[in-house]
Design a protein around this ligand. Structure first.
Ligand code: 8YV
Length: 339
């Protein structure tokens, strides 16, 4: 017994971040990436004061049942649809996420996917690697759709959406967006983005990027009906969450060329990918890596650690975790630290 608080780190993480945590905690860090069952999450959480979690680790009333010890869960991500916030708040557990530090990297990646899908980068590379170029290429082979000068649509205009919109200037693209609530005029001006209703967004976008958070309301926000409103020449990009697009319906639209192309970084039920998507050449697929630049993943891990340390009274921000989602629970903690 060291007397130190305990933390579970559910995914392998940068050693320097683990070392920083180890100054104050007994660290139980997973050495290999693996999926944890709800029962495994529950058991791990029962024995710790804090946890640094991946987005596949769900925390809800069941996983918190009987847990008198846990104080903080820090998500390694901005999205937190894996966390049942009412259950955490009821249980007096602080939840934190990693907003802002990933905005620009995710925006870069959304553009990378849009460009790759529109200009068929993945399919052309696969064709080249397969040695097919030596068989000759026609002048009208590999025609894609232009990006510059086309209308960029954004569904979900939070901070990442705004970062995506700002990049459109260099491509001379008019930007339209739809969001639960319209942005203040100054933000619209800065993003050069015009608010439209959802149906107009679907109808008018040449390239549509999805960056809205996942919730019951946004489940299948783009399904067969919505895909039916889009231009046949349009490109759809999902860097938000699996389940926002109906992947089965998308595969049908892509196969029937009712949509030119798509690019997906996130999938319903990932890491499983709908098998029909795997057979299509007009979709770019990547394994949920939009935030995965060296700098950004380090910043995310650092911020998650900052949150845990500060919440439990360590470091320069002791008592003031930088990006807490339900800071009000801290007022209910008994004075003098963790239980
Ligand atoms: C993941 C993300 O966190 O921040 C989010 O919500 O979806 C990503 O940045 C990251 O891919 C690790 O799973």
């Amino acid at each position: 017994m060291t007397g130190k608080l305990k933390i579970w780190v559910s995914r392998p993480l940068f050693p320097d971040v683990l070392a920083r945590l180890a100054e104050h905690f007994d660290v139980d860090a997973e050495a290999i990436e693996r999926k944890h069952s709800p029962e495994q999450v529950r058991e791990k959480l029962l024995g710790v004061d804090a946890a640094l979690l991946g987005l596949a680790d769900r925390v809800n009333a069941q996983t918190l049942e009987g847990n008198e010890r846990l104080r903080v869960v820090a998500n390694l991500g901005v999205g937190y649809n894996n966390l049942d916030m009412p259950a955490l708040t009821r249980g007096g557990v602080l939840a934190c996420n990693t907003p802002d530090v990933l905005n620009e990297s995710v925006a870069d990646y959304a553009w990378a996917l849009m460009l790759a899908a529109a200009r068929r980068v993945g399919a052309a590379e696969r064709w080249l690697r397969a040695g097919q170029w030596s068989g000759g290429m026609r002048f009208d082979d590999w025609l894609g759709v232009d990006v510059h000068g086309k209308t960029l649509g954004i569904l979900g205009m939070g901070r990442i959406g705004q970062a995506i919109a700002r990049r459109a200037t260099g491509f001379d693209m008019p930007v339209i967006y739809h969001n639960r609530s319209r942005l203040p005029e100054a933000v619209e001006r800065e993003s050069r983005a015009v608010y439209v209703d959802k149906a107009s967004l679907l109808r008018q976008s040449d390239h549509l990027i999805l960056v809205l958070p996942y919730s019951r309301e946004s489940h299948h926000a783009v399904g067969a009906a919505e895909l039916g409103l889009m231009k046949r020449s349009a490109v759809l990009v999902n860097v938000a969450r699996g389940g926002i697009v109906d992947d089965a319906a998308l595969a049908v639209a892509l196969r029937e060329r009712r949509l030119a192309a798509a690019a997906l970084d996130v999938f319903e039920g990932e890491p499983a990918v709908h098998p029909d998507l795997l057979d299509l050449d007009n979709v770019v697929l990547s394994p949920h890596i939009a935030s995965a630049s060296e700098d950004t993943r380090r910043a995310m891990a650092g911020l998650a650690a900052d949150n845990v340390l500060a919440a439990l009274g360590f470091g320069p921000r002791a008592g003031r975790p930088p990006t807490a989602l339900n800071p009000e629970v801290m007022a209910r903690w008994p004075a003098g630290g963790p239980r």
